[in-house]
Design a protein around this ligand. Structure first.
Ligand SMILES: Cc1cc2nc3c(=O)[nH]c(=O)nc-3n(C[C@H](O)[C@H](O)[C@H](O)COP(=O)(O)O)c2cc1C
Length: 208
């Protein structure tokens, strides 16, 4: 399979066959994903691979409890359908054969420090450079989705579960300063959705 074929065939898959994902495959794909370009080669990604089903269910319960609590907020009284849709988008990782919680350990350049001493806030310096740590970790995640495709797996990239970020952080024993960025599910696909249309490319390009 060429890179172009992997890009063309990849879909976000939300239903998987029960077949387990080969742990050796997972390890190899994560090693290859680490060849992604990343700021100053700091490799600030960390991958928490959840292969234990009962742990995935426990984590999904934390997310569900959070969404249920939100349903009681006055602001959410008329938001039932939207919350249910969110719930669907957030909880399917529990039924995937494996999922990876992707952590950003963050990175600040010496230049960041100079800008901070000059009066900028840390979050402003991160924005100044386009959040290079997040770009780096995302790049590795994108590589991973394509490698998975090449090996006959399907994936879905999720951020909705992070509504329960704080609880997940504790349950996954993340260290202070580690930021949960996303969840990647992986398994053999049990659905084959049609490709989602993309904007005409010329709408997205400005030639100068
Ligand atoms: C940053 C990011 C966050 C996403 N969050 C979720 C999510 O929480 N739940 C979900 O089911 N899909 C999620 N997706 C998948 C998108 O919905 C999907 O990529 C998009 O609709 C295009 O469909 P395709 O991936 O099949 O081409 C996310 C994708 C990205 C890149």
């Amino acid at each position: 399979m060429t890179v172009e074929e992997a890009i063309r065939h990849r879909r976000s898959i939300r239903r998987f066959l029960p077949d387990a994902v080969n742990v050796k495959d997972l390890r190899e794909m994560l090693a290859l994903a680490a060849l992604a370009p990343n700021v100053s080669n700091r490799q600030m990604w960390r991958f928490i691979v959840v292969i234990r089903e009962e742990l995935r269910h426990m984590l999904a319960h934390l997310v569900e409890a959070h969404l249920t609590a939100m349903g009681q907020w006055p602001e959410c009284v008329h938001e039932g359908p939207r919350l249910r849709a969110w719930q669907e988008q957030a909880l399917h990782f529990a039924a995937a054969p494996a999922c990876i919680f992707v952590v950003n350990q963050g990175y600040r350049t010496p230049l960041d420090q100079i800008l901070v001493e000059h009066g900028m806030r840390h979050w402003e310096t991160a924005g100044q450079f386009g959040h290079p740590d997040i770009q780096s970790v995302s790049c590795a995640m994108a590589y991973f989705t394509l490698l998975a495709e090449e090996r006959g797996y399907a994936t879905c990239w999720l951020t909705a579960p992070l509504v329960a970020r704080h609880d997940l952080h504790i349950a996954l024993e993340c260290k202070p300063g580690e930021e949960l960025l996303a969840v990647l599910t992986i398994g053999k696909p049990a659905e084959s959705p049609l490709p989602k249309p993309r904007k005409p490319v010329d709408e997205t390009i400005r030639w100068m």
